[in-house]
Design a binder for this molecule. Structure first.
Ligand code: UDX
Length: 439
C-alpha cells in the first residue's frame, strides 16, 4: 500500500519508518526542510533507540522517502496526519498545524483515498475535518497513537491495541486500515472500531488516566513524608492488587514530556468548552500535585543544606525520562531554574539531553558536565531527576570520594538506599519520610 505520513516529528518519523518496515511504500512529509534532509540521510532529529537504524534500513529498501513538497503525497492511498498539537497559552491544544496540513493536503485527496488522523486533538476536531475533506470524496478516520518515547518503534509495531474511529458504518475505511495494520492484526493485536469522537477521547482519556495514576502515588508520597511512612512499600503493596497494578505507580519528581502535561490541560480546556468542565476539574489537581513535587525537591535541599545561596548542586538527569533526549516540560528543567533562583550553582548532566536543553532553554543558568563524575565533583549535594541506568548504577563508594558533601536526593526512588547509606551518604527521597532511616 502507498502511504503518506504528514508531519515527521516524534510520532510521524517513527510511524513512517515503521510502516515502511512492514513493506508499505511510504512518503514522509514535513514543512521543515532541515528535518527532511536529516531524515533522508537516515538520521532521526531526536534520540529514539533503534530509530536511526530502522530509518537507514528502510530507506535502503527504497520504500521510505522524505519530502517537504505536499504534492508528493499524490500517489498515496492512505495519508496519516501526525503533526504536533502544542499547548496554547490558554491550555487548549493549538490546532494551527493540523489545520494547515489538512488544507495543504486537500488538493491531493480524492475518492478512494483516506485521511487518518493520529495527532492528539480536542474531541470534535475529526468531525470538523471530515466536513472539510468530504467534497474531495476522500474518507476520514481517527487512529490515535499510544507510543511511549524510548519504546516508540515497539509500541508502533506491537501496540496494546489499535483503535479506528470511523464515520458510521464505514466498512470500507475499516478494510483499508486492516490492510495497513495486517501484520499486527495477524499477530493477535486487538483492534477496536469506534466513532470518530470516541477515538479522539480514547487518547486523551488514556493519558489523563496515566497522569492521574502518577499523581495519585505522588499525593500518597506527600502524606508519607508527613507521617514518616514509605511510599515505595505502599506502591508495592497496593500494586499487588490486580485491579490497581504496580505500573505507573513510581513516585518521584513526577511526569513531564510532550504529552501528559499538555494533554491533561487540553482535556480540561475542551471539557469546559463542551459544558463538562466539572468532569475533568480533578485533572487540575493532578497537574498541581505533579508540579508540587518539583517544589518539594528544592524544599528538601533547603531543609538539608539550610542555605541554597552559593551551594554547588549536581543534577543528574535533564530529559523528562530515560532513553530520551526530550526536555519538553521536563521536571529537571524546572528544578534547575528554581535552584538557580534560590541562589544555588547548578551543574547538570545527562547522557543525551544536554544539547536539547541548551537549544530549548538558553535562559537556563547552569553549567553542563559531560559525565556524572564531573557534575558531582566538589558538589554540596546531588539530585537524581532522570533514572538513566548509568545513574542507577553509580558506585556510592567511588562517588563519595569526589563530592564535598555526601548528600543524595533521589528524585526517582531508584537508588539502593541501604548501599548508599552504608557508603557514608545521607539519602533523602520523595515520599520516604524524614530520612531518619538514613542517618
Ligand atoms: C506518554 C504515554 O505513556 C503514551 O502512551 C502516549 O502516547 C504519550 O505520552 P511518554 O510521554 O513517552 O508517553 O512517557 P511515559 O513513559 O508515559 O512517562 C511520562 C512521564 O511520567 C515521564 O516524565 C516519567 O518519568 C513519568 N512517570 C512515569 C512517573 O513519574 N512515574 C511512573 O510511574 C511512570
Amino acid at each position: 500500500m502507498i502511504i503518506s505520513v504528514i508531519g515527521c516529528g516524534y510520532l510521524g518519523a517513527v510511524h513512517a519508518a515503521s510502516m515502511a518496515s512492514l513493506g508499505h511504500d511510504v512518503i514522509g512529509i514535513d514543512v521543515d526542510a532541515r528535518r527532511v534532509e536529516k531524515l533522508a540521510r537516515g538520521e532521526a532529529p531526536f534520540f529514539e533507540p533503534g530509530l536511526d537504524e530502522l530509518l537507514t534500513a528502510t530507506i535502503a529498501t527504497g520504500r521510505l522517502r522524505f519530502s517537504h513538497d505536499m504534492a508528493d503525497i499524490a500517489a498515496a492511498q492512505v495519508h496519516f496526519l501526525a503533526v504536533g498539537t502544542p499547548q496554547s497559552e490558554s491550555g487548549a491544544a493549538d490546532l494551527r498545524y493540523v489545520d494547515a496540513a489538512v488544507a495543504a493536503a486537500i488538493p491531493y485527496l480524492g475518492p478512494g483515498t483516506l485521511l487518518v488522523g493520529k495527532s492528539t486533538v480536542p474531541v470534535g476536531t475529526a468531525d470538523r475535518l471530515a466536513a472539510l475533506v468530504a467534497p474531495t470524496g476522500a474518507a476520514l478516520a481517527w487512529n490515535p497513537e499510544f507510543l511511549r518515547e524510548g519504546h516508540a518503534i515497539q509500541d508502533t509495531l506491537s501496540p496494546d491495541r489499535i483503535v479506528y474511529g470511523v464515520a458510521d458504518g464505514d466498512g470500507t475505511t475499516v478494510g483499508i486500515l486492516d490492510a495497513v495494520y495486517a501484520d499486527a492484526l495477524a499477530r493477535g493485536v486487538s483492534r477496536l472500531v469506534t466513532d470518530l469522537r470516541t477515538a479522539e477521547l480514547v487518547k486523551v482519556a488514556a493519558n489523563a488516566f496515566l497522569a492521574t495514576k502518577i499523581s495519585f502515588i505522588n499525593a500518597m508520597a506527600e502524606i508519607a513524608e508527613k507521617v514518616d511512612a514509605d511510599v515505595v512499600a505502599l506502591a508495592d503493596a497496593i500494586g499487588r492488587d490486580d485491579r490497581i497494578g504496580r505500573r505507573f505507580l513510581n513516585a518521584g519528581v513526577g511526569f513531564g514530556g510532550g504529552c501528559l502535561p499538555k494533554d491533561i490541560r487540553g482535556f480540561i480546556a475542551r471539557s469546559e468548552e463542551v459544558g463538562a468542565g466539572e468532569a475533568t476539574a480533578f485533572l487540575r489537581e493532578v497537574d498541581r500535585i505533579n508540579l508540587r513535587r518539583r517544589d518539594r525537591i528544592v524544599e528538601l535541599l533547603a531543609e538539608e543544606l539550610g542555605e541554597l545561596q552559593g551551594a554547588r548542586i549536581a543534577v543528574l538527569g535533564i530529559a523528562f525520562k530515560p532513553e530520551s533526549d526530550d526536555v519538553r516540560d521536563s521536571p529537571a528543567i524546572d528544578v534547575i531554574g528554581r535552584l538557580h533562583a534560590a541562589g544555588a550553582d547548578v551543574v547538570a548532566t545527562d547522557p543525551r539531553a544536554i544539547e536539547a536543553a541548551r537549544r530549548a532553554h538558553p535562559e537556563l543558568v547552569v553549567e553542563y558536565a559531560a559525565t556524572a563524575r564531573e557534575a558531582m565533583s566538589d558538589a554540596g549535594a546531588v539530585v537524581l531527576l532522570t533514572e538513566w541506568t548509568e545513574f542507577r548504577e553509580l558506585d556510592p563508594v567511588e562517588e563519595r570520594a569526589v563530592v564535598r558533601t555526601p548528600l543524595m536526593i533521589d528524585g526517582r526512588n531508584v537508588l539502593d538506599r541501604e548501599r548508599w547509606i552504608a557508603a557514608g551518604w545521607r539519602v533523602r527521597a520523595l515520599g520516604r519520610g524524614s530520612g531518619a532511616a538514613s542517618r
